[in-house]
Design a protein around this ligand. Structure first.
Ligand code: TRP
Length: 336
């Protein structure tokens, strides 16, 4: 791998099947741009999947599937580093030091913690301590690699902001150790919204799935979901996110498949039916090669294993010096 100046880190939690939202909002950007222009690491962050009630077999299955889909989508292990978080001990080593840098109040202020802990308690569940400390582990993911840029959805911006605060504080207290990263948010048009609820993001962990297109959905299922997408009353095809979010979402979806502008596409349609049919076909065609490659890789699990093994070795070699430096800086006695 050649030395590139910008370093990028991003991660996906194996808590659900990857969606069209993950692909168009993140992974496609990694494939088409990030892995070429920067030294990029993409990680299946499996430890983060343990912060809420989980099924061990499902986490294991989704971790492999997520890694396989990264490859199927076009991430190239010759260009970037693909790995599974739990294969590299540096993440948890550093996480503890960052728990010793962050405050209890800071962690409790995280919006995601507040929302998820309220939800867990309201259904009679208990809240795992790791749900509270999770941002320290996420900060460790990023800081261990000296990442400059962190491509994330806007729901993660607060966690990256905290990561910056922790990096600055650690550097001030113990001497310069960490690069201070910044979040890179996707453009509005690459945010895919739920087909049944076009004002909320198409997320992989939602319980109601009829508005979510998964990367591995069969073509017939993709067509059905898109044909049933919620549109607005009226029948004029206009691009207006505020007044007509359902139609705007379809136009943006079609636009991100064809490379056209949503407003230009709007002028070409006079009915919702035709817009839905074309959007469905465009999405089916977009997913076809990814699904074909996924099937090939599933038939050849040794390839995925080898990629993840090499990825973990490379990640370890990158993270080790920074994490060791942090151990020394914070006052831990080096092993003789
Ligand atoms: N918290 C992120 C999410 O829920 C996943 C994540 C974990 C991550 N560690 C990260 C993203 C580091 C970017 C960088 O989506």
């Amino acid at each position: 791998m050649t030395t590139r100046t910008t370093r990028i880190f991003s991660g996906v939690k194996p808590t659900g099947h990857l969606t069209l939202g993950n692909y168009l909002g993140a992974i496609r950007q990694w494939v088409e741009s990030d892995q070429h222009r920067a030294e990029a690491l993409f990680c299946v962050v499996d430890l983060h999947a343990l912060t809420v009630d989980h099924d061990p077999a499902r986490v294991r299955r989704l971790s492999r599937q997520t890694a396989t889909l990264f490859l199927a989508a076009g991430l190239d292990p010759e260009l970037c580093t693909l790995f599974v978080q739990s294969h590299v001990d540096e993440h948890t080593r550093l996480s503890y030091l960052l728990e010793c840098t962050a405050t209890d109040g800071e962690m409790r202020r995280m919006i995601q913690y507040k929302e998820k802990s309220v939800r867990e308690r309201s259904t009679g569940g208990s809240v795992r301590l790791s749900l509270l400390t999770y941002p320290a582990l996420m900060a460790a993911d990023i800081l261990a690699y000296g990442a400059d840029e962190v491509p994330v959805g806007d729901d993660q911006a607060q966690h990256v902001e905290l990561t910056r605060d922790l990096a600055v504080r650690f550097n001030q207290r113990y001497g310069h150790t960490f690069t201070v990263p910044r979040a890179v948010l996707p453009e509005v048009a690459s945010r895919v919204m739920d087909l049944q609820d076009p004002t909320s993001k198409m997320g992989k962990s939602h319980a109601e799935t009829s508005g979510i297109v998964y990367l591995l959905d069969e073509p017939e299922v993709v067509r059905k979901k898109i044909m049933r997408a919620v549109t607005d009353s009226g029948s004029d095809v206009v691009y207006d996110r505020e007044a007509h979010p359902g139609v705007a979402n379809l136009l943006e979806l079609l636009a991100s498949c064809t490379g056209d502008k949503p407003a230009v596409l709007a002028e070409q349609y006079s009915s919702y039916g035709a817009l839905k049919r074309d959007t469905a076909e465009a999405v089916v065609e977009l997913l076809r090669p990814v699904q074909a490659r996924h099937a090939e890789l599933c038939a050849d699990p040794g390839t995925v294993d080898a990629v993840l093994r090499t990825g973990a070795e490379r990640a370890r070699a990158l993270a080790r010096p920074t994490v060791d430096a942090a151990y020394r800086a914070i006052g831990l006695l080096p092993a003789a």
